[in-house]
Write a protein that binds this ligand. Structure first.
Ligand code: AMP
Length: 421
């Protein structure tokens, strides 16, 4: 497989798919440029080698072409500043004018294409169907967009000599620019960017090259959204810590009293099933033993600590208790591979952050002692950032859905398109 480190971009035009889907305020100012900064090592390597850049991204969910609310134009100045070159911009990723500008790029020059998702062909999903469209109409529209997607993809590929995918956030989508385009480049001329490579290596270290004991901490709100992940992890981990809102579905299934705590009544059997599967696989399933409970869903609620299965009516568990913090920390500190997804409590409320912070701190300590730790998938990333612990873990993933699908054991189209599996 080709790698960006080995590749010499001198005299080459590189099509680099990045994730510049940054948040903008009402005046189109970037409010968080993390995603742009994350792609800089890849973009700078191409320019430093003497190559030229065709940078492509999506932004938001435009529904038509053009859809100026979702234009990438407002970010050009900032990208130029960070990259240290004047980035050219074209208001359409298709068309003769764009092809001409791409063809005339000189070494060291960079071009940013307008939002790829102005075109339905990027995602390959039919647009503009009437609400009462028949199944035949839907299927004809789908077929048509899949057909025109081939021309769209081929046109994007025609701008460049090589293809670099650095957009891990969309690696779970088989879109034109994230996966299909790779078919137009031979194996020597397509590769992951540095960011994508770091993500792939981190997931591999956790799921494929695991050093045991392996502990996964699954928090967050609902079991229903994590079933596939938990099932896949039960074939891989030594310890599975269940935390957050899903705790109470397990507790209730085991006959505990959970008061007003979050529960999925239709998942009680599933919880018992997962407990049985853990036993079958010799996995140590670790459930909370006490909870910090509140008399309303609010930061200012009255609180107290009780055993997790003895929550009085009118009260709800919003975080783990001190006994559970110690229980979880002991398991975490004895681990060599750690995956953390989802907070242990309602961390948005300051008074219910203690459990998530203690899990984060235990992970940092284990990491200091040589464990590999991966934190990812939404709110646990917000947690480590909020508690200033990001530098103490081995890797914080940038991918939400993409990381979760990778943990579910699915193969991601964006990775497969380059690696071949
Ligand atoms: P997820 O997106 O599944 O990772 O869930 C994250 C959300 O779970 C956060 O918004 C937390 O506030 C929420 N959460 C965590 N613990 C609890 C709990 N005990 N009760 C209700 N919500 C919770």
């Amino acid at each position: 497989m080709q790698t960006i480190d080995k590749f010499n971009f001198a005299g080459k035009r590189a099509f680099v798919r990045v994730d510049f889907n940054v948040p903008l305020d009402d005046n189109f100012n970037i409010t968080d440029d993390t995603r742009i900064r994350a792609a800089l090592p890849t973009l700078k390597k191409v320019l430093a080698d003497g190559g030229s850049l065709i940078i492509a991204s999506h932004l938001g969910r435009p529904k038509k072409n053009p859809d100026t609310k979702y234009s990438l134009k407002p970010i050009v100045a900032h990208v130029s500043e960070l990259l240290g070159v004047d980035v050219k911009f074209v208001p359409d990723c298709m068309g003769d004018a764009t092809a001409k500008i791409a063809a005339e790029l000189k070494p060291g020059e960079a071009l940013l294409l307008e939002n790829l998702r102005y075109y339905a062909e990027e995602e390959g999903k039919a647009r503009g169907l009437a609400d009462d469209a028949t199944d035949e109409e839907k299927s004809a529209a789908k077929k048509a967009v899949k057909e025109s997607q081939k021309t769209f993809t081929k046109t994007l590929a025609s701008y460049a000599d090589c293809y670099v995918n650095d957009a891990f956030g969309t690696a779970h989508r088989a879109h034109a620019s994230t996966a299909l385009i790779a078919n137009y480049f031979d194996a020597d001329n397509k590769m992951f960017g540095y960011l994508m490579n770091k993500e792939v290596v981190a997931v591999q270290k956790v799921l494929a090259e695991t050093v045991h004991p392996f502990t996964a901490i699954m928090g967050g709100s609902k079991v229903s959204s994590k079933i596939e992940i938990i099932e896949n992890l039960l074939t891989k981990v030594d310890n599975l810590i269940i935390a957050g809102g899903m705790t109470y579905t397990f507790t209730k299934a085991l006959g505990g009293k959970i008061g007003n705590s979050l529960v999925e009544e239709d998942k009680l059997d599933l919880a018992l099933d997962l407990i049985a599967k853990a036993k079958e696989n010799n996995v140590n399933l670790v459930l909370a033993s006490d909870a910090k409970i509140a008399d309303s869903f609010s930061n200012d609620a009255n609180t107290t600590f009780v055993p997790v299965g003895a929550i009085p009516d009118g009260w709800e568990g919003l975080d783990i208790g001190p006994e559970t913090e110690i229980l979880f920390a002991n398991v975490i500190k004895n681990s060599k591979t750690i995956l953390w997804n989802g907070p242990t409590g309602v961390f948005e409320f300051e008074n219910f952050t203690h459990g998530s912070r203690s899990v984060g701190e235990a992970i940092v300590e284990a990491t200091k002692n040589g464990a590999f730790s991966l934190v990812g998938g939404g709110d646990s990333v917000a947690c480590v950032n909020k508690f200033g612990l990001a530098d103490g873990v081995s890797y914080v993933s940038t991918g939400g859905g993409a990381l979760l699908e990778a943990i579910e054991g699915k193969s991601l189209p964006g990775i497969e398109a380059i690696r071949g599996y």
